[in-house]
Design a protein around this ligand. Structure first.
Ligand SMILES: C[S@@+](CC[C@H](N)C(=O)[O-])C[C@H]1O[C@@H](n2cnc3c(N)ncnc32)[C@H](O)[C@@H]1O
Length: 292
């Protein structure tokens, strides 16, 4: 095992916080040791300091990206926690449907998608594809009301390039599908391709993927009716969380809905949202937007 000195640990965690926001507590040097040691060895370095020098002088940012991927946690699964997706389906999608109908009724030139959903920190795609399935099902069930799948746009983003590559491919193992996906939806939306199951193209192409670092500016992405940002804020410190929430507030437009992870909330982070409860789910609504 390579030694990680206190000085190296402190230097690395400051660097990590600066590049991706992940705040590593004093007690977690073992985490840096475990997750980065394979990279240190693979880079041909004999110490963490030598590896760090390579990371900061690497123009192509390959080392930097592999460090980010190693230090972040990508745990995710389909329909994670269940109830937030019931809330999305039963409460939020009807609001979006009403908005779509309003926009269509106004007439004029309509720029599609008419509503946009952003899955920030999407990891390997299970969360945005969960949303894509629900959007697809809602649009099909409401086609008689002139609601179309193409009225919806889903943007999925993450900081980690390999995670995004996997998400884009839309291929999952049997074990990954078994985590949260019903047998009916597996049959309906996936085709077996040897060892993996591939999501059908009409769902895959509903989701656009981009690399976005949440600690950087993201106003260039445009506006969104709904933002899902689940199970990533827990890794950031208070100041970073506040800044990110403020940036979400800025990009949210009517009905201005924000979903966080089940163990996350806006307490002490922002007074720019009202919390809303439906069933077991608490979601947030930007203050000052009109109701649909
Ligand atoms: C635990 S996963 C959550 C995935 C999904 N949202 C869910 O709840 O199942 C956290 C994701 O956040 C991403 N992440 C960490 N720091 C990030 C940052 N600064 N910007 C964007 N994504 C980040 C990681 O790469 C990882 O894929």
């Amino acid at each position: 095992m390579l030694e990680l000195t206190q000085k190296e640990f402190d230097g690395l965690r400051i660097y990590i916080r600066n590049i991706c926001g992940v705040a590593i507590p004093d007690t977690k040097s073992y985490l840096v040791q475990q997750r980065l040691e394979p990279l240190v060895k693979a880079s041909g370095s004999s110490t963490f300091t030598e590896f760090y020098q390579k990371v900061i002088s690497d123009r192509g940012s390959l080392y930097r990206d592999s460090l980010i991927t190693a230090i972040t946690t990508n745990e995710t699964f389909f329909f994670r926690d269940g109830h937030p997706f019931v809330a999305f389906e039963k409460t939020v999608l009807p609001m979006l449907g009403a908005l779509i109908k309003q926009k269509k009724a106004k007439g004029g030139v309509l720029k599609r998608p008419l509503v946009r959903i952003w899955c920030a920190a999407s990891s390997t795609g299970q969360e945005p594809y969960t949303l894509a399935m629900l959007v697809y099902e809602y649009a099909r069930a409401n086609a008689f009301q002139n609601i179309d799948v193409e009225d919806f746009g889903i943007l999925a983003s993450d900081i980690s390039p390999p995670v995004l590559l996997k998400a884009k491919a839309g291929e999952f193992t049997e074990a990954e599908l078994a985590r949260g996906l019903s047998v009916e939806r597996k049959k309906k939306y996936f085709t077996r391709l040897g060892e993996v199951w591939k999501i059908h193209d009409y769902l895959r192409t509903l989701v656009e993927y981009r690399r976005v670092n949440l600690i950087e500016a993201f106003g260039f992405l445009g506006t969104f009716e709904v933002v899902f940002c689940r199970n990533v804020l827990i890794y950031f410190n208070l100041e970073t969380k506040r800044k990110i929430i403020e940036k979400f507030r800025a990009v949210l437009t009517e009905p201005g809905i924000l979903f966080l992870g089940s163990s996350e909330n806006l307490y002490g982070l922002s007074d720019g949202f009202d919390s809303q409860q439906t069933g077991l789910t608490v979601y947030y609504r930007k203050k000052g937007v009109s109701a649909c």
